[in-house]
Design a protein around this ligand. Structure first.
Ligand SMILES: NC(=O)c1ccc[n+]([C@@H]2O[C@H](COP(=O)([O-])OP(=O)(O)OC[C@H]3O[C@@H](n4cnc5c(N)ncnc54)[C@H](OP(=O)(O)O)[C@@H]3O)[C@@H](O)[C@H]2O)c1
Length: 234
């Protein structure tokens, strides 16, 4: 779990889960490159100003040019952790093409382009680690009822993870994902005030799993979509 002076890109690193991941990484010596879109979110980022955190102004990571901006100059890149993404509630009647395409861009296309950029940087240089974030409905699709566009986009992230892991294993690049159930974040607490928040996995707990998958200590695990559900039943 030691990351001394290793360069790690964390997309969505200013978000709820991302902040916990970046905090854990810098504690273990990593140099984190964190793209952001919203200036306000970057300004509020608690690790802003840390000497091993480099905030990078980027646009939408579903855009190839924006991804190039983030990955250019990060050399050598040890790990790339893709947490950028988002959720859209709604069954198929409420979510038309626009919502579906937005979910695919935010979750699948951003992860795909960042995986691609990371592979290009790691290949031929001793390899590295990639970690994506899917979601519980990606591996248990019946739980995606009422959020079909989201479930489909995260299932695609899971498939991307498994296919790419097989494709780049020979390059020494280990690709994995985590699949969280509802995370104990302020946004989720606001949206579901009556739920039993004690059952939800905490960002720090999920960060620990992500760190292992992204670390040099992980020398054999690849193609896994790891459930991180904590005590949650559903
Ligand atoms: N929270 C949960 O219960 C839960 C459960 C399962 C899976 N997940 C997944 O875990 C990841 C992190 O969740 P979170 O709760 O930490 O979310 P969050 O706080 O909303 O953070 C997500 C981050 O991703 C960024 N982002 C979204 N789309 C982007 C794009 N196209 N290009 C660049 N950046 C983009 C957001 O930037 P802006 O704020 O500027 O848009 C934000 O900084 C997400 O992929 C989410 O789908 C979350």
């Amino acid at each position: 779990m030691e990351f001394s002076d290793r360069h790690v890109i964390v997309t969505g690193g200013t978000g709820a889960l991302g902040s916990a991941v970046v905090a854990a990484l810098v504690e273990r010596g990593a140099i984190c490159h964190v793209p952001f879109i919203a200036a306000a979110e970057a300004a509020a980022f608690r690790l802003r100003g840390h000497d091993r955190v480099k905030l990078v102004a980027a646009r939408d990571l579903a855009d190839e040019a924006a991804v190039t901006t983030v990955y250019d100059g990060v050399d050598p890149l040890w790990a790339s952790i893709h947490l950028a993404g988002g959720f859209a509630m709604g069954g198929i009647g409420e979510t038309g093409r626009a919502t579906l395409v937005a979910q695919l861009e935010m979750n699948l296309v951003s992860a795909y382009l960042c995986c691609r950029a990371a592979v290009m940087r790691m290949r031929g240089k001793g390899g590295g680690r990639i970690v994506n974030v899917a979601a519980r409905p990606a591996v248990e699709p019946r739980l995606g009822a009422g959020m079909t566009a989201y479930a489909a986009s995260k299932a695609a992230v899971a498939a991307l993870t498994e296919a790419l892991a097989q494709e780049v294993a020979g390059d020494g690049i280990l690709v994995n994902a985590v699949a969280p159930s509802i995370i104990d974040t302020p946004a989720n607490r606001n949206a579901m005030p009556k739920a039993d928040h004690a059952l939800w996995p905490k960002p720090d707990e999920i960060a620990a799993t992500i760190l292992y998958l992204a670390s040099p200590a992980n020398s054999v695990t690849r193609g896994a979509v790891v459930p991180v559900y904590g005590k949650s039943a559903g």
